[in-house]
Design a protein around this ligand. Structure first.
Ligand code: FAD
Length: 412
């Protein structure tokens, strides 16, 4: 009986275990996770769970019925690929096949590590610590105007908090989107009543300042910016990105990339035999886009595991391997808008707008040699669904027809 051990009980780990069973794997499946909680989904943490409109976001999976052994509160400490052993806080675990799915961890604000009242937002524990902060309507400083910063600011405004977002770049989502696309999003902050300060670098966070008189464990803070300005805050929330949770793999012989990403191949295998990697912790070579992608979004943690399971099962019976070559997809809910993105736009030569970016609904389409390679849709889910299919098909488009928001987004 073959033993599959999956490390990391987030979306990618859970989906791998489930996909193995759905695709008929009959060996043992052990799912190991460092967090003590029943495995849960992360997107609701910055939305319903934060606002208290949902209690939690545990996955609706009957692990026992599927024959998946859950080992929670168990941290993987290292891998010995030659011996086929995973070392954990509960001792060594032998495997025939190992799947790395340890996800990502948020980047901490230098100088503010461990300061009480300075929060991250990655785990259920983080969300539960933040819930009372919102309920008490503290003045909040959010560091970083990325996806998480925007979603947190949305929830905090909805809860009635005064919100200031400080961003080192000249615009929101500077790491993800070109300036002309991010420009209309700047106004969303002000419309919601949040203050967005760009070109603003945090120098330090002082505690015990004249902020909101906090409850126990929530002292007032002053966020000091590099231009000397001082922002009082009852709480500080840091959303400045995440990096793969792979430090524990040092010395294992498993190759890591510049971002700490496990370097997977197009079948999601790592550089050592019998070890796969999937989800936020791993990058893979995209045949479609001709470059290595490190995707930190939910859909990648759903699709990748199906490829891993197919390859684990297929390899044993001599089936042709399956390549992982998705059109990446994600969504974000911010300031009352539903934002969706599909594809990958860095190699595009043309950007076209459908609709008025100052209005409530518009889409940006990126083309390369008249082929749609990516699109961002705000409040236009039909554009997203149609555009994703066009990207997948790789057919050429007439750019002039594409720009008419009244026409369906289809290859001519
Ligand atoms: P993770 O979810 O990070 O799971 C990895 C698990 O492995 C964790 O539970 C961790 O504790 C565990 N682990 C780590 N190291 C070890 C170890 N050494 N031993 C044992 N266990 C370990 N994406 C979207 O597309 N749309 C959204 O709206 C969206 N909203 C989000 C909101 C929030 C607040 C967050 C944090 C993320 C959001 N995402 C969203 C991103 C999405 O949730 C992630 O891409 C997805 O969770 C990745 O799944 P994963 O299993 O690869 O990693």
């Amino acid at each position: 009986e073959r033993r599959v051990v999956v490390v990391g009980a987030g979306m990618a780990g859970v989906q791998t275990a489930v996909a193995l069973r759905e695709q008929g794997f009959t060996g043992t499946v052990t799912l190991i996770g460092a967090e003590p909680h029943q495995p849960y989904d992360r997107p609701p943490l910055s939305k319903a769970v934060l606002l208290g409109t949902a209690e939690g976001s545990a996955f609706d999976v009957d692990f026992e019925a599927l024959g998946i052994t859950l080992r929670l509160g168990c941290e993987a400490l290292g891998v010995r690929p030659r011996a086929h052993v995973l070392d954990t806080s509960d001792g060594p675990v032998p495997y025939d096949l190992l799947v790395l799915a340890t996800g990502a961890e948020p980047i901490r604000l230098p100088g503010a590590e461990g300061v009480p009242g300075v929060h991250l937002l990655r785990t259920l524990d983080d969300a539960e610590r933040l819930r009372p902060v919102l309920a008490r309507q503290h003045d909040i400083v959010v560091v970083g105007a990325g996806w998480i910063g925007a979603e947190f600011a949305t929830a905090a405004r909805e809860a009635g908090c005064a919100v200031t977002v400080v961003e080192a770049a000249d615009r929101p989502l500077a790491g993800a989107l070109p300036a002309e696309v991010a420009a209309p999003m700047t106004g969303w902050y002000a419309d919601s009543g949040a203050v967005l300060r760009t070109h603003a670098r945090v120098e330090r966070v002082e505690t015990g300042g004249p902020g909101e008189p906090g409850g126990p464990g929530e002292p007032g803070h002053v966020v000091v910016l590099d231009d000397g300005s001082r922002l009082p805050a009852g709480a500080v929330v840091v959303g400045i990105g995440a990096r793969p949770a792979t430090a524990w793999l040092a010395g294992s012989g498993i190759d890591l990339g510049a971002h700490g990403d496990v370097l997977a191949d197009d079948r999601l295998r790592t550089s050592v035999p019998d070890v796969y990697a999937v989800g936020d912790c791993a990058s893979f070579p995209s045949g479609r886009y001709g470059e290595r992608l490190l995707v930190h979004h939910w859909d990648n943690a759903l699709q990748g595991p199906r490829t891993v399971a197919a390859n684990i099962i297929g390899a044993a019976v001599g089936e042709a391997p399956v390549a992982y070559d998705p059109v990446p997809y994600f969504w974000s809910e911010q300031f009352g808008r539903f934002v969706q993105y599909a594809g990958h736009h860095t190699a595009a030569d043309t950007a076209l707008w459908r609709g008025d970016p100052s209005g409530p609904a518009w889409t940006v389409c990126w083309l390369r040699e008249d082929r749609l390679v990516a699109l961002l849709a705000v409040g236009r889910p039909r554009d997203l669904a149609q555009g994703k299919r066009v990207i997948q098909a790789g057919t050429t488009m007439d750019p002039r027809l594409l720009a008419d928001p009244a026409r369906p987004l289809k290859a001519a």
